[in-house]
Write a protein that binds this ligand. Sequence first.
Ligand SMILES: *Cc1c(COP(=O)(O)O)cnc(C)c1O
Length: 398
Amino acid sequence: MKRNPTAFLREEYEELVKQGLNWILKVLSGPSQPWTIVDGKKVLMMCSNNYLGLANHPRVRQAAMEAIEKYGVGAGSDRSISGNMEIHMELEETLAKYKGAEASLVFQTGYMANEGLIPQLAGKGDLIVSDELNHGSIIDGVRLSKADRAIYKHLDMEDLARVLEEAEKHDPPYRRILIITDGVFSMDGDIAPMDEIAKLAAEHGAMVYVDDAHGEGVLGENGKGIVSHFRLSRDQVHVEVGTFSKAFGVIGGHVSGSRDLYNFAYNRARTWLLSGAMTPVSAAAAKAAIEVVQEETWRVKKLWENTEYFKKAVEDLGFDTGKTQTPIIPIIVGDTFKARKFALRLFDEGVFVLPIFYPMVPRNTDRLRIQMNSEFTKEDLDFAIERLEKIGKELEII
Ligand SMILES: *Cc1c(COP(=O)(O)O)cnc(C)c1O
C-alpha cells in the first residue's frame, strides 16, 4: 500500500478546527502585565498566571540583568555535569528557607519535576493514588511509572479512604503507596483538603505528594503555599512540588521536602539528570521573585482583596463561578462555541480572557477562566465587570 505518512497532520488539525477545539495563539508585544498589547491591541489581561505582578517587577528584572553580567545567558551543561552554578544553589537555599523545608531542588519546569520525580518515587510493586482531575504533567508522570495506579473521585475523601483500604488487601502487599494531588486545581480554582489527605495517608503509611503550582504565592503565610495554608509539617506532606512560572513570574520547577528527598531526587530524576540546567538568568530572577514576595507582603493581600471583590461582582451578575476558592475564577458557559464567542467579544471590548474547553475540562463545562492579579486596580476590575455584564447579556449567558 502506498500511504501518505504525514496526511494525518492536516486531517487531525482540521478536525480540531471543525469542533472548535484548536488553540488560536495570541501574540504579546510587551511584558506580561495587566494592560499590555496583544495582537496589536491594548487590552486588560485577565488570563495570566503572573498573580503577583512579578514577571516585570523592576527588582526581578535587575537581578536577571546582573546574572547575565556575571554568568552569561546559559549554564553550558546539565547541572549533573558542569552546569551547576552558584546561583542555582543560592536559589535552592532561598526557596528552602521560604518554604520552611530542609531542602529544595530546582528543575527546569514544573512539568519536568513531575515527570522526573513520580516514576522514581513509585515503581514496580508500588501503588500511586491520584485525584481524577490532577494536572496533565502528573498524569504523564504516572504514565511513566511502572507502579499500579488507582484514581479517586475529585476531592472525595471517602473515595480516597476506600481506595486506601482496598490497597491494604493487595497481595503481595504494596511496597509503597504514593498519594498525589494538585494543591489548587487550575481549571476550577478549588483546593485539595491536604489536612484530611495527610491524615488518611498517615493511617495507611502512604507518602503524600502535592503539586502546588497555583497555590504558591497565593495560599498560606506570605504565599508560602498549601502546606503552610493547612499548617502541616514535612512529616505529613513529604513532597511539595511547585513552579516559578506562575505567581513567581519566571520559569522553573521545584520540589521541597527533606534532605533525603533532595539527595534521592537529583540522583534519580531523569529530567533533572539529562536536561540542560535552568539558565542563570532565570535562576537569579526566581530568587529575586521569592525575596520580593516576602518583603512586599501587600501583594498577596491585594491579590485576595481583588479576588473577593471581583468574584462577588460576577456572582451578583448571575454568572456561574463553580467551586472556586482561589484567584482562579471560572465563568462556566457550557457550550464550546459560546465560550469561544464570549472570549472573542470580550477581546473586542478590551478584556483578554481565555476560553477553556475539552479536553482541558470535561465536555459541557466549557468556560472562561479569569485570573486575578495583585496589580489590578479597582478601575480595572470595574472595567472588566462592566464588559462581562454587557457581553454576558448579549450572548444570553446571564
Ligand atoms: C502549570 C502547572 C504545572 C506546570 O508547571 P511549569 O513550571 O509551567 O511546567 C504543573 N502542575 C500544575 C498543577 C500546574 O498548574
